[in-house]
Design a binder for this molecule. Structure first.
Ligand SMILES: [Zn+2]
Length: 253
C-alpha cells in the first residue's frame, strides 16, 4: 500500500475525516528505529497531503478533512520535531499516534504536554486510541484534546467488563469515581448472580433502564448474543455521557 492508495480508499469510503498514511511505532522500538519510522511517516504525510490537494473531495463530491499524525514514540525531541513538522503541513487537524497513546495514560499526558505548544490553537487535536476507561477521556480533554476513538468500550463490553461509577465535579474539572477496579465490574462474577441493581445506578441507558446485573450475568453465562448488544449500549453510553458533561462544563465556563 502507498499513501496515495490509502487516500483513494478513504475517498471511496467517503469518510468526513481522513488520516494521512503513517507507521505506528511500538514502545519496544529503539530510538533509531523510531526516528526512521518518523521520517518515513513525515514523507508519507507530504505524499498524502499532495494527493489530497489534487483530489480534495470524496468519490461522492463531499469535502473531506485530512489529519496528519504525530509520531516519535516516547522520545521528547522526536515528538517535538514531529509535531512541528505536522503543524507546518497545515492539515485540517492534528492526530497524535503511537502505541503509548491511550495505552499508558501517564505517558500519554506527558507526550501531549511536550508538544502542546506546537499545536495550532484553531485546529482539532485527536489522540488516537484513547478510551480504555471513562477517566481517560477526562484526562486528555483536560490537556486540550478535542477528539479520540477506541475499540475498548465495545471490546470490554463483549468480555463482560462494564463501566460502573459516577461522573462527579473535581475542582474545575470532572472525574470518574468508582469503587470497582479500573472503574468496571466483571459481570461474570458470582456476586452479581442475584444482584437486582442496574450496572450503574446513575446511568440512563436502555440497558440500565431495563436489565439488572443478575439478568446480564445470566445472559453472559449463556453466551447470549443479546448480552453483547446490551453491554455495548451501556459502555458506549457512559462515554457519551462523559463527553456531554465535559462539553456542558466547558461551555459554561
Ligand atoms: Zn447504562
Amino acid at each position: 500500500m502507498t499513501p496515495e492508495m490509502s487516500l483513494q480508499t478513504q475517498k471511496i469510503i467517503g469518510a468526513d475525516i481522513i488520516m494521512a498514511f503513517d507507521q505506528c511505532t511500538s514502545d519496544s522500538c529503539t530510538r533509531a528505529e523510531v526516528q526512521q519510522v518518523m521520517i518515513r511517516t513525515h514523507r508519507w504525510l507530504k505524499q498524502s497531503h499532495a494527493y489530497h490537494q489534487q483530489f480534495p473531495t470524496s468519490r461522492y463530491g463531499a469535502q473531506q478533512a485530512l489529519f496528519g499524525i504525530v509520531q516519535g514514540g516516547i522520545y521528547e525531541d522526536l515528538r517535538r520535531e514531529s509535531a512541528q513538522f505536522v503543524a507546518a503541513m497545515d492539515t485540517d487537524g492534528i492526530a497524535i499516534g503511537g502505541e503509548t497513546i491511550g495505552f499508558d495514560m501517564v505517558k500519554t499526558v506527558e507526550i501531549i504536554r511536550w508538544i502542546r505548544d506546537f499545536l495550532p490553537a484553531n485546529k482539532p487535536r485527536y489522540t488516537m486510541g484513547v478510551g480504555m476507561s471513562p477517566q481517560d477521556l477526562l484526562d486528555v480533554v483536560a490537556e486540550g484534546i478535542d477528539m479520540f476513538d477506541c475499540v475498548a468500550p465495545t471490546r470490554n463490553a463483549r468480555h463482560g467488563a462494564l463501566y460502573s461509577g459516577e461522573i462527579v465535579r473535581d475542582g474545575h474539572w470532572l472525574k470518574f469515581v468508582s469503587p470497582h477496579e479500573n472503574g468496571r465490574i466483571q459481570i461474570k462474577k458470582a456476586c452479581y448472580a442475584q444482584d437486582m441493581a442496574p450496572i450503574m445506578p446513575s446511568c440512563e441507558c436502555y440497558t440500565c433502564s431495563h436489565y439488572s446485573r443478575a439478568t446480564l450475568h445470566h445472559l453472559f453465562k449463556q453466551k447470549a448474543n443479546l448480552f453483547t448488544a446490551l453491554a455495548s449500549i451501556h459502555n458506549v453510553h457512559v462515554l457519551h455521557d462523559v463527553c456531554a458533561k465535559m462539553r456542558a462544563l466547558i461551555m459554561s465556563t
